[in-house]
Design a protein around this ligand. Structure first.
Ligand code: MN
Ligand code: MN
Ligand code: ZN
Length: 295
């Protein structure tokens, strides 16, 4: 389990692998990150290009050299592990297995996955599809020490918009798969799904209680820090710079310094415009220094 101590704050951004996998590490280093997140390949349609061993080795070397462990691999957006369409569902399961294999070759321990959309088939049907896909992915990769982090989602037909729903998926996946499953909390997704994370809202305590009663807080491994453009409960997934959205600066001060979240790695997925990665990183570091007095 990856945990910060007070001397090292694991904070980073999602970086591009354009130009080759090792370039993603260089981009993280240039921004002063202590962790980072990547896609396993630049997806052209469905084909995930299998990286060459030299690229993997250069990547592993750069990560070790700069102390960027743990880092996170994000499943591309095309796969839909909840799809009611058999061909798409099969391809999605295969993409998850491939991402797990690539992550292991890169020396990584975590794949972050969106669970997809049930396309109107209903949350129960979608949940069963996802649980089966997770079980199969774990069974297909028995020797890989890679954990799948289920990310809470936002939007109509999305699977996993509440932590109670995620907990029932976790149960359905079975004991063997559960050992390789964890959680990623996305602040924007939670907020627009009805957990009010703005200062004064009760969303943070509510979602932590749901995690505690389901997955268990020890399985919360990563926070995606994103402010939201849309209103609380709107279901609209539009990311905003930290402090500029409907969660707001005070909301983030409470999130970043919360005793349950403060030890976790944090990754920004804020809009990639101009110099904003740098600005958002600076804001987060500043908010982290200003400790909560009330709790
Ligand atoms: Mn995500
Ligand atoms: Mn996210
Ligand atoms: Zn999002």
């Amino acid at each position: 389990m990856a945990r910060n101590d007070e001397s090292k704050f694991l904070l980073g951004v999602h970086t591009s692998i354009a130009g080759g996998l090792p370039r993603a590490v260089e981009r993280a280093v240039a921004l002063g990150c202590s962790t980072f997140q990547i896609f396993p390949s630049t997806p052209r349609g469905w084909r995930q290009k299998r990286p060459r061993e030299e690229a993997c080795e250069a990547f592993r070397r750069a990560v070790a050299e700069h102390g960027l462990e743990p880092f996170f691999v994000h499943l591309p957006y095309l796969p839909n592990l909840a799809s009611p369409a058999d061909d798409l569902y099969e391809k999605s399961g295969a993409a998850l297995i491939q991402a797990l294999e690539t992550t292991a070759r890169l020396g990584g321990r975590y794949v972050v996955a969106h669970l997809g959309s049930h396309r109107g088939a209903g949350a129960a049907a979608g949940g069963e599809r996802v649980a089966a896909a997770l079980r199969r992915a774990v069974e297909a990769t028995p020797r890989l020490g890679v954990t799948i982090l289920l990310e809470n989602a936002a939007g109509t037909n999305a699977v996993g918009t509440t932590f109670t729903e995620l907990a029932s998926l976790y149960k359905m996946a079975g004991a063997k798969a559960r050992r390789r499953l964890g959680l990623c909390l996305d602040t924007c997704h939670a907020h627009v799904s009805g957990y009010d994370l703005s200062a004064g809202g009760d969303g943070l305590e509510r979602l932590l209680a749901e995690i505690d009663g389901g997955f268990g807080l020890a399985r919360l491994e990563l926070v995606h820090l994103n402010d939201a453009k849309a209103a609380v409960g709107s279901g609209r997934d539009r990311h905003e710079h930290i402090g500029r959205g409907t969660i707001g600066r005070e909301g983030f001060r409470l999130i970043i310094n919360h005793s349950q979240l403060r030890p976790l790695p944090m990754i920004l997925e804020t809009p990639k415009v101009g110099d904003w990665d740098r600005k958002n990183l600076r804001i987060v570091k500043k908010l982290r220094k200003q400790q909560n007095t009330r709790r």
